[in-house]
Design a protein around this ligand. Structure first.
Ligand code: ARG
Ligand code: GLU
Length: 696
């Protein structure tokens, strides 16, 4: 494999500034460092990532595997997005203590709320282990053989790494399997909720404003890491103490203006920047539209019920947000790809790749890749859509079908071996409890009637009248008895017998066919990546996001979404007041906030123009998972909190365009203003370190 070539590629490239990219923090020296300096940074590569001394990376935590968070005090205080802590805020909420609606602020350490299952993970160090992972792997091997050798080698690396007893290791693939890195990590499991603004601040604008600018959302919440008496990770215990971090981020009171350097440091989840044109076409023309339609059908029911019932609003808050978020993103992504002519441009690029293959005598080696992609995707498209539609209906939108799906997995486990009975039952009981904690049968039945037609012509909703699954007690009764009894009752259940043939089809044919047809595409993508770097060595390649720690840098910048329209990079509280619709589901503004606005009671948090900034835009290349990532200034201070991208730029997961792709951050001063002036949580302000980097 060609991993050694990366080193060569990295030094031959021109140093232009705004090109996107999510870079590996341990490899910033040289090219990235120089680019950052050109953009205004005063930070060295070692300030950002250092193994022997504390550095910025020690303050950046992977929040529950899906978001990013950062430490902002020497007491382990954590800042992340409101939407990242949403599940926790919801789980502590009830009609009596409606923290979603009213917000929550712990008065003291004792009042901070534990969250079962929530964790934050830090990176101790990163090592290139490509040579070890690819040892004894060669091109004559079959794909399965190759993958099994790679996973054997990865396990050996993970097992033989020197680390402390409380640390973990994992090996991750980069550049589609052309390079491998080892991560030594530290996971904290006693994470308590400290504070959250009301939804009318933390989710202001809701779905209407989601993925758009101008934005006026204070999308933040605060947690705290607790550690054992040795300051090490530990399970929840009331004896645990606030964690003393190796590093925490000071917060700048000086704000940002257009052109200021911004570094976003976090855990981007998934991108696919090196797809062939045929794949982008499949995703945007065939794959996205069917899934958008299914989610839209589900949201029609959920949204309507949430607006008329507080009980449903609290129960379905997280679920609705999850469904709506990707639904809206896919729509924006399709628009962006279409408008920017991304498919045609990708074909032009492929023509230059083909030309480069000829010029470099690489046609024999790589000339068949693009035609192969065309053939493979044509074959793959129908099953990819069918499989995803199943997942959308059975696992994302409809809860009754999800329960039957999990019950089927229990049946499979028991049939394989009756000794599995207890374990399999317990897993299903866990799922049933989880779903019924926030279940409304009318909502779910409506969702069923709306989404099932997208998957199956037989949409008999009367199964809801006869099934045991819609009620927790009767569902649990199904699981009483020995294996034979349980399976008999289960197979007589109306919903189960309705769903079972479809679930069987999913496992036996749909998913099996999907795996078969996806495997050669994955292998070809690996080869394509190798070929790109060999045929076009002067281009700039960053590895696709893979939920590992990355640095992305840029500047504060507005943008022009369409002719004659220009978006300023900074929004102010005045804009939230302009959007204010009293009592509205999305655009209500809390009374206290209006009072502060009218009295101009902004404390030390106003901009030079006397207004309170709310959000700002940057050219940082981000994706899902970067939510909650700190925006860091030229000196290493926190200036903002990443939480979204702009509508025209959501396509950046496949096609980053520096002209219109922008990330959206909450201004750190808005966070401080809300904590201090709105919530009066001054004990939190007191433990932070507020600085004036521009007033030196
Ligand atoms: N679009 C952002 C992200 O992908 C924010 C989502 C939360 N906000 C909302 N209105 N659902 O996570
Ligand atoms: N809101 C996204 C998240 O939860 C980040 C925005 C994006 O996808 O860029 O990670």
């Amino acid at each position: 494999m060609k991993y050694l070539k990366f080193i060569v590629f990295f030094i031959t490239i021109n140093v232009s500034a705004q090109q996107g990219g999510m870079w590996i923090p341990s490899l910033l020296e040289g090219m990235n460092e120089e680019e950052m300096t050109n953009l205004g940074s005063k930070l060295s590569a070692k300030d950002i990532y250092d193994v022997n001394n504390s550095s910025l990376k020690d303050a950046i935590g992977h929040f529950n595997g899906g978001c990013t968070s950062e430490i902002i005090s020497d007491q382990g205080l954590i800042l992340t997005n409101h939407h990242c802590g949403f599940g926790q805020i919801q789980s502590h909420s009830s009609l009596e203590n409606d923290y979603l609606k009213d917000g929550f602020w712990a008065k003291n350490l004792e009042n901070e709320l534990p969250n079962e299952g929530l964790y934050i993970e830090f990176i101790v160090r990163i090592e290139d282990v490509t040579a070890q992972v690819l040892a004894n792997v060669n091109d004559t091997m079959k794909e399965k053989e190759k993958q099994s050798q790679i996973s054997k080698n990865s396990n050996a690396v993970e097992g033989s790494t020197t680390k402390e007893a409380w640390q973990d290791t994992k090996v991750k693939s980069f550049y589609n399997g052309n390079q491998y890195f080892l991560f030594v990590t530290e996971r904290f499991e006693d994470i308590r909720l400290v504070g959250a603004p009301p939804t009318s601040i933390g989710k202001f604008g809701s779905d209407t404003d989601n993925w758009v600018f101008p934005r006026h959302t204070g999308d933040f919440s605060m947690f705290r890491i607790y550690a054992d008496e040795n300051n090490r990770p530990a399970k929840y215990s009331k004896d645990n103490k606030p964690y003393k971090p190796k590093h925490f981020l000071p917060i700048s009171l000086d704000g940002v203006e257009e052109g200021d350097f911004t570094l976003v440091f976090g855990f981007p989840g998934t991108t696919s920047e090196y797809l062939p044109a045929v794949a982008i076409e499949h995703i945007t023309k065939e794959f996205n539209p069917t899934n958008i339609a299914i989610r839209e059908a589900a949201l029609k029911v959920i949204d309507a019920k949430m607006k008329t019932s507080d009980d449903v609003r609290i129960k379905y808050a997280s679920k609705q947000a999850r469904i709506a978020n990707a639904w809206k993103k896919w729509i924006g992504e399709n628009l962006g790809i279409d408008k920017s002519d991304a498919v045609a441009k990708r074909r032009d690029f492929e023509a230059s790749f083909t030309k480069a293959l000829k010029e470099n005598n690489l046609v024999d080696k790589y000339g068949s890749i693009l035609p192969q992609f065309d053939a493979l995707y044509k074959d793959f498209a129908p099953i990819n859509i069918k499989r995803r539609n199943f997942i959308e209906v059975f696992l994302v939108t409809n809860e009754l079908m999800q329960m039957t799906f999990r019950a089927y997995q229990m049946e499979q486990a028991i049939t394989a071996n009756p000794d599995n009975l207890d374990g399999a039952k317990q897993r299903l009981i866990g799922t049933l409890n989880g779903i019924h904690k926030n279940y409304d049968v009318t909502v779910d039945r409506g969702v069923f009637s709306n989404v099932m037609p997208f998957y199956n012509k037989n949409t008999d909703a009367t199964i809801y009248d006869y099934t045991a699954f819609t009620n927790l007690d009767s569902a649990l009764q199904l699981l009483d008895g020995n294996a034979t009894e349980v399976l008999k009752k289960l197979n007589e259940d109306a919903a189960y017998s309705y769903a079972k043939p479809m679930i069987e089809e999913f496992f036996n044919s749909i998913n099996a066919e999907y795996i078969n047809k996806n495997e050669p595409i994955t292998a070809l993508q690996t080869k394509y990546m190798t070929a790109l770097m060999e045929a076009l060595p002067n281009a700039r390649y960053f590895p696709d996001a893979n939920s590992t720690l990355r640095v992305t840098y840029g500047q504060v910048r507005g943008y022009e979404p369409r002719d004659a329209v220009y978006y300023n990079p900074v929004s102010y509280l005045d804009g939230a007041i302009e959007k204010f619709v009293p009592g509205d589901y999305e655009f209500d503004v809390p009374k206290k906030l209006i009072e502060l606005y009218e009295a101009k009671d902004y404390g030390q948090y106003a901009d030079k123009n006397g207004k309170v900034p709310v959000c700002f835009l940057g050219t940082n290349h981000t994706t899902g998972g970067n939510s909650g990532s700190p925006a860091i200034d030229a000196h290493g201070n926190l200036v903002g909190l990443n939480f979204d991208r702009v509508w025209e730029g959501t396509m950046s997961d496949m096609n980053y365009d520096p002209e219109i792709c922008r990330n959206i951050m909450v201004d750190a001063r808005y966070v401080l203003f809300i904590v201090d002036k709105f919530a009066g949580a001054t004990r939190l302000i007191d433990e932070m370190k507020l600085v004036h980097p521009k007033k030196k």
